[in-house]
Design a protein around this ligand. Sequence first.
Ligand code: YSA
Length: 350
Amino acid sequence: MHDGSENGRPTEAAKAGPQAPAEAGPWLAAIAEAQDAAALQELRVRLLGKRGEITQRLKALGQLDPEARREAGRQVNLLKRSVEEALEARRAELERQRLEAQLASERVDVTLPGTRPPQGGLHLLTLVTNRLLDVFQSLGYEVVTGPELETDYYNFEALNFPPDHPARDTQDTFWTTDGRLLRTHTSPMQVRYMETHRPPFKVVVPGKVFRNEAVDVTHEAQFNQLEALVVGERITMADLRGAINEMAQALIGPGTKTRLQPTYFPFVEPGAEFAIWWTNPRTGREEWLELGGCGMVHPKVFEAAGYEGVTGFAFGFGIERLALVPYAIPDIRYFYQGDMRVLEQFRGVL
Ligand code: YSA
């Protein structure tokens, strides 16, 4: 008797269950050739659906006499089972093929080089400010910051700019409706700091300042300043000169020339503006570039802070102006245009 095995291994027919009737052949072939789930479903409906061919034959059994019905019933049930099994086998095969294709398409080659995310960097002004703070800290200065929204008192009055004094016109600014203003310089921190500290001390104040300004190659409406204030006994203009020179040498290089020229600021006496010798990249000519103002702290400012019998110097300058020099940048407006072609040139220069 045939036991459904060849050399002990089950044959394909045995794996598919009882022998399918011969007439199932074309149907089983069609099922085996179905290329997708939709084609398979179509076959399922055609054979086993409500009006399917096999279903019709099952229904027709009722019209046969009992003897014939038994044999015909056995045949049609065999047919039905072999079709069902073939449908299931093909469904499983199609699913296996689909998963295989999906796995192949989703395979990740871990040996491929990755995509590097673009890396940001610090803006040149931040780099220059950090460098300045390093230099001053190494000279023993403390770093402090103050409010950008100021009162008229600290921005002007305590610095000896009385109301209606013409010197206020040199620093036109933006006022808020409650009578405060965006600070026009970092000097207000001189009085704020002195109110809460006793000398001797050395401080620097970096920060944003604002002016209602006609913007041009050396002027922005928002820019940064660095203020220095040194108070103690017997402080002189020579100390001031030394501090400015030290800063210029450290930031720009040894041998950098600086100069002081007498000028007027209400909060210093004597007062000066200081400049640095540079090659102007717009003209190629060597000339002085004004960096900031300085002087010996005016007695009226010490008075506003409640100090007596002390001496001190102060200076304040534009960080943008200073940053132009070592990198030969021709126009201050480049700093704020967000042009990557410009900004990328200074990635990590300091
Ligand atoms: C003076 C004496 C002191 O004891 C202390 C500080 C000072 C400086 C004073 N507070 C001041 O602001 N003077 S200033 O109006 O001449 O500005 C100082 C520097 O800021 C300028 O020399 C320039 O380098 C920069 N600056 C001024 N307006 C600017 C500007 N930078 C860019 N854009 C502007 N609109």
